[in-house]
Design a protein around this ligand. Sequence first.
Ligand code: IPM
Ligand code: MG
Length: 369
Amino acid sequence: VTQPTTAGQTARIAVLPGDGIGPEVTAVAVRLLQAAGFRGTFTEHPVGWSEWCARGEALPAATLQACRDADAVLFGAITSKPQAAANAEIVAHLRGTVRYRSPILRLRQELDLYANVRPAAGHGADLVTFRENTEGLYAGHEQRPTTQELARLFPGLEPGPDTAVSLRVITRKGMARICEAAFRFAEANGRRRVTLVEKPNVLRATGGLALEVFREVAARHPAVRADDENIDATCARLATRPQGYDVLVATNLFGDIVSDIAAEVTGGLPLAASANLGDRHALFEPVHGSAPDIAGQGIANPLGAVSAAAMLARHVGQAAVGERLDRAVAALVSERRSLPRDMGGAATTAQVEAALLAQLDGLRAMNAA
Ligand code: IPM
Ligand code: MG
């Protein structure tokens, strides 16, 4: 995983607001970064549903290039709809000529952001999920209708439109690098335990390889306790006793699921942020979606985006900025002050931003005194 940029440098940040509430929450996050003393430049690039509808490409090539050229990417949220809706809403002259692909999934693959790091702390628990981000059931190898050719490979499979297949691809390389990232993180942060969340008793080929590689990597990190659990057992325990876990590592879809549960049981998805890290690039995003139903009403919750901005600041070597943003968010949450609707309050986006800015001013005053 990428090493943080040297402290003191100015960072080039590509901002991809996306659609729905994405633009509202990323705008707040950028202003908060600036107010917290972030040294860097921000350039906005289009991505998402409107790009798809107008041009048939939700992730324009220029946007992808801008992400490659940046030190880090701040991503808002995007709307993804099933293929039928995608075909219905695209501009008429492109209809039927292109297929919709989710820009966030493409960004993760194109930039090889193999580690999706999702911290979730609260209610006495402090978990970090390391979700493999480039393969597994997200590899994109799917078939419907299924072909005769596939049926020859898998006897008993009835080909045709009523049988569908999504291939779960696990590789030694993919598994080794996500496990390495999890154990290194554990060592660097004084964490005691890394748990692989899998299902090797049923998914013998893919789960079996995942477990084998996990154990090999664990053997190289003897100071950290390593164990493995079946995903169903982990989900049940996470729901009742999340305090029992420390660092979780999982393949793509399992990590998607357990990180949502972890966020929910430790205080809620509305606050959750995640880092998508590769060896060369890094992208930070709130975990929540684009919430098109409340877009443009000024009531979106910006705290997830601000938490993502805090992770970004730390990543580019500006840890003090990250600390300030995290403390401002934590103050609102612990005092239950100026909270947005999805967290049980009544504050508008602007009111949450004002409260965060006041909190930053308060911190500055304290430091100056
Ligand atoms: C996430 C989301 C995405 C995923 C969706 C929006 C494609 O659920 O970041 O967890 O499945 O990875
Ligand atoms: Mg998800």
